[in-house]
Ligand binder design. Structure first.
Ligand code: DLL
Length: 426
């Protein structure tokens, strides 16, 4: 499709989308009315700048179904993304949404060269997380044989890769390296396996990680990007040129804004990525602020696709961490620490990568009163440590190594990120 045809299609779809949410979601209607806008004011894609932004907080405040546009009877699947403190974000999909998602995922896989003769392992988590089922449907659509391996049980998975002659894999880049490590340990080398391509995403990764994954697993590694609020995996994908990721922009319209002034930035400039869903029925979003920082790449790709491309994600405009593919906010840890009377509101998250697996250590300071009363009672310390670890696990969905600290021993620092030391990027 030419750029002009694409813009015309996007404009038409945007108008319909705004009309749809205006009549089906009181939240959007109220916002538009406050700005004195009606759907008739949105005629072309350039009119999008008139529309208000939507944030993660809006989704949380409307938990669970406040932003759902389709009636409950039309929803056929519900996913949830881990949020900040409190409520997760609930995303309901209609049958048509699942169809669009599946097609978008199939486009990604086709660009990676996946076809009917492939055996493809989906090693993103299956469950509320969109990675597993999202990738799964796309693999079935292109006609490859899907192996729904999910995460965990890595030795068994490594043997299946060898024994079934699995040719493609989708997982987080850190899991790919962990898999390579496990293969080394059990004596499976890349000469024993047939993996030839992988779809990696759900967390930030670098060119050097790409090289390492390709070298150790003997495959070509492609980027796969997405987020639950917009759809799941398949919002954008790399083609063989690997010069940015093509956005499925007939369904997800991208903009880059300055995260402070909120003004829309010209093509090529770095800023915060914002998406508007153009066809979604279940839970559409209008100008959703992803908090992901990147740029849109001008010019046409040599692969022949005319869709706009985005650069790698270079960071976030909030404090979200992605640990083993799971979104973690320091505020979640804070809420747990504050809910236990034994602790002072002093904590530190130390994130590292050991043997290619992300690790999280949570250090927390004991309150003086509690410390004086129990510091020499190992059983009490042990019980408290376990109780905190279990509460953290249930809130974060990942295990943390808990370290209790004496009062006054956690280093105080001024300014941002005082609660996080991320050693993965050092
Ligand atoms: O991570 C969906 C997904 C699953 C994408 C599988 C790709 C593969 P969420 O859990 O909602 O959804 O997390 C979305 O993860 O805003 C980014 O910060 C980050 N992210 C996702 N893909 C990439 C990527 C899924 N390729 C958040 N590179 C997003 C960098 C990524 N960051």
């Amino acid at each position: 499709m030419s750029r002009d045809e694409m813009s015309a299609l996007q404009g038409k779809r945007l108008h319909k989308m705004v009309e749809y949410v205006y009549h089906h979601v009181p939240f959007y209607r109220n916002k538009l009315q406050e700005m004195d806008l009606t759907p008739d004011d949105i005629r072309t894609i350039d009119d999008i700048v008139k529309l208000p932004f939507t944030t993660k907080k809006d989704l949380r405040d409307n938990y669970p179904f406040g932003l759902q546009a389709a009636p409950a009877s039309e929803i056929i699947r519900i996913h949830a993304s881990s949020g900040t403190t409190g409520n997760p974000t609930i995303v309901g999909y209609t049958r048509k949404d699942i169809g669009v998602w599946t097609e978008c995922m199939a486009r990604c896989l086709t660009a990676y060269g996946v076809g009917r003769d492939d055996i493809f392992s989906v090693s993103y988590g299956y469950g509320l997380f969109t990675g597993g089922l999202g990738a799964h449907n796309g693999v079935e659509m292109v006609g490859a044989a899907v192996v729904p391996a999910s995460t965990g049980n890595t030795e068994k998975h490594a043997r299946l890769i060898r024994d079934l002659g699995i040719t493609g894999i989708a997982c987080t880049p850190s899991y790919a390296l962990y898999l390579a490590e496990t293969m080394d340990q059990i004596g499976i080398s890349k000469e024993h396996i047939k993996l030839r391509m992988g779809a990696f995403g759900a967390e930030p990764w670098t060119e050097s990680m790409r090289k390492e994954i390709e070298e150790r697993l003997g495959l070509k590694a492609y980027n796969l990007y997405g987020l639950s609020e917009v759809m799941g995996p398949s919002v954008s994908y790399e083609c063989a040129m690997q010069d940015g990721s093509h956005i499925n922009e007939d369904h997800f319209y991208p903009e880059i804004i300055n995260p402070v002034t909120l003004e829309k930035l010209p093509l090529g400039q770095s800023g915060e990525l914002v998406f508007t869903t153009l066809t979604k029925e279940g839970m559409p979003v209008i100008r959703y602020r992803t908090r992901d920082l990147c740029s849109l790449i001008p010019g046409q790709c040599e692969c022949g696709r005319t869709s706009v491309r985005m650069s790698r994600i270079t960071g976030r405009s909030d404090d979200m961490l992605i640990i083993r593919g799971i979104n973690v906010f320091p505020s979640q840890v804070e809420s747990v620490v504050l809910s236990m009377k034994e602790f002072a509101p002093r904590y530190m998250l130390i994130v590292d990568r050991v043997n290619n697996l992300d690790t999280l250590q949570v250090q927390v300071e004991l309150r003086q009163e509690y410390f004086t009363a129990t510091f020499d009672t190992p059983a009490a310390i042990d019980e408290l440590q376990k109780r905190l670890a279990s509460k953290l696990k249930s809130v974060l969905s990942i295990g943390a190594n808990v370290q209790l600290k004496a009062p006054g021993t956690i280093e105080r620092s001024q300014g941002k990120s005082a609660h996080v030391i991320d050693k993965r990027n050092q």
